[in-house]
Design a protein around this ligand. Structure first.
Ligand SMILES: [Zn+2]
Ligand SMILES: [Zn+2]
Length: 379
């Protein structure tokens, strides 16, 4: 598929040629070498394909930039999904792995437009949803999961070929994985139907995996959940996803964490929040309450005298740990003053006695409120 000739030379243009010049050069040459003109001679057809390929690359500013930067060999290798190198997914790779990453970043997973050989495509990334408690999110957790995931077939070592038999180059596409067909003036490229894009066909498919090169197997993975994870945190287990077809690298497994609601605490980042009922006597006289922390300790929260409902008290460093970092967030306690609902006769007596001594100065807010009402009513 790939010509050895430089794309600029093929199109007979300067390396600095602009898009318009490249386009008209292509048009001229495509007319010249079009099979209708050359009568389908193989030389003309090859030339026509090469010119089309050069134009496909140079007309796209991104592809052209990559071609200019990395040169012909690197570009066509990337287009073929790495060719014999097999190192485009950054695993056990030789010199091309970094290059592969660059191409992936620019052009997405599948490399250049439709060019990637499927046999080289890495396996799919998998998602595993895991529910944990807020307590586990606080402390972190070492756990194991069991998943059923496709893994390289042992019988054929992932090749897909029955042991003792080999693979041969696909005769339909001559190993390119893509076939080109003409539709009028245009050349369309599509995945080879003979080999599904692999470029190679198996003489005799492995009986264990039916030629897929991978089989579903249960496996147990240990997962380390660090302290401080939040709802929606993802943990990546590199290479633990689905095996690639016929020896291609595996994808990754992503564990999506879901933190269950806690009966007392709400969480916002590293801040823990809870509402805490406080009796009217403690609210009026001051005192302290105990709040159990997720660290297993009791936190004593000082209540200043005269505190109102809704007031928040911050306890530094008693919140959630910082994920992959140092320190902890704060614990925020919101006071809810609770009116007593079950009074003994004695308590009622004391409160009646208290009421008899009230002048209105004890509760400035009430006094202010009622004087405003008086203004409204015009008294
Ligand atoms: Zn097999
Ligand atoms: Zn083929």
């Amino acid at each position: 598929m790939s010509s050895e000739l430089d794309y600029y030379e093929l199109l007979e243009v300067e390396r600095t040629a602009d898009a318009g010049v490249i386009k008209s050069a292509y048009r001229k040459l495509a007319m010249k070498y079009h099979p209708d003109k050359t009568g389908g001679c193989s030389d003309g057809e090859a030339r026509f394909k090469a010119v089309s390929e050069a134009y496909e690359c140079l007309k796209d500013p991104q592809k052209r930039a990559a071609y200019d930067r990395y040169g012909h060999a690197a570009y066509t290798n990337a287009q073929n999904g790495g060719g014999g190198g097999g190192g485009f997914n950054g695993r056990g790779a030789g010199g091309f792995s970094d290059l592969g990453d660059i191409f992936e970043t620019i052009f997405g997973q599948n490399g250049f437009g439709g060019g990637g050989r499927q046999s080289q495509r890495r396996g799919a990334d998998l998602r595993y949803d895991m529910e944990i408690s807020l307590n586990e999110a606080y402390h972190g957790k070492q756990t194991e999961i069991e998943i059923e995931v496709s893994a390289p077939c042992d019988s054929c070592d992932g090749s897909g070929a029955q042991p003792g038999t080999g693979v041969k180059t696909c005769t339909t596409c001559h190993g390119h994985g893509q076939v080109r067909a003409q539709q009028g003036f245009f050349v369309v490229e599509r995945t080879c139907p003979g080999c599904n894009g692999a470029g190679q066909v198996i003489e005799s498919p492995c009986r264990s995996c039916r030629g897929e090169g991978r089989v579903d197997k249960p496996k147990t993975l240990s997962v380390n959940i660090p302290a401080g994870v939040d709802d929606g945190t993802r943990i990546r287990l590199s290479g633990e996803g689905e095996a690639g077809a016929r020896g291609a690298p595996s994808g990754d497994l992503y564990i999506f964490l879901h933190v269950k609601r806690h009966s007392i605490f709400e969480r916002d980042g590293t801040t823990l929040f809870c509402r805490c009922p406080v009796s009217i006597t403690t609210a009026a006289l001051g005192g302290s309450i105990e709040v159990p922390g997720l660290d297993g300790q009791r936190h004593e929260i000082k209540i200043p005298s005269g505190i109102q409902s809704g007031k928040q008290i911050r306890q530094r460093g008693a919140g959630m740990p910082v994920l992959n970092g140092r320190g902890q967030g704060d614990l925020v306690v919101q006071v809810d003053v609770e009116t007593p609902t079950r009074l003994t006769a004695r308590q009622r007596e004391l409160l009646e006695e208290f009421r008899a001594t009230e002048t209105g100065d004890e509760c400035p807010q009430s006094t202010g409120f009622f004087s405003k009402l008086k203004e409204i009513w015009g008294d």
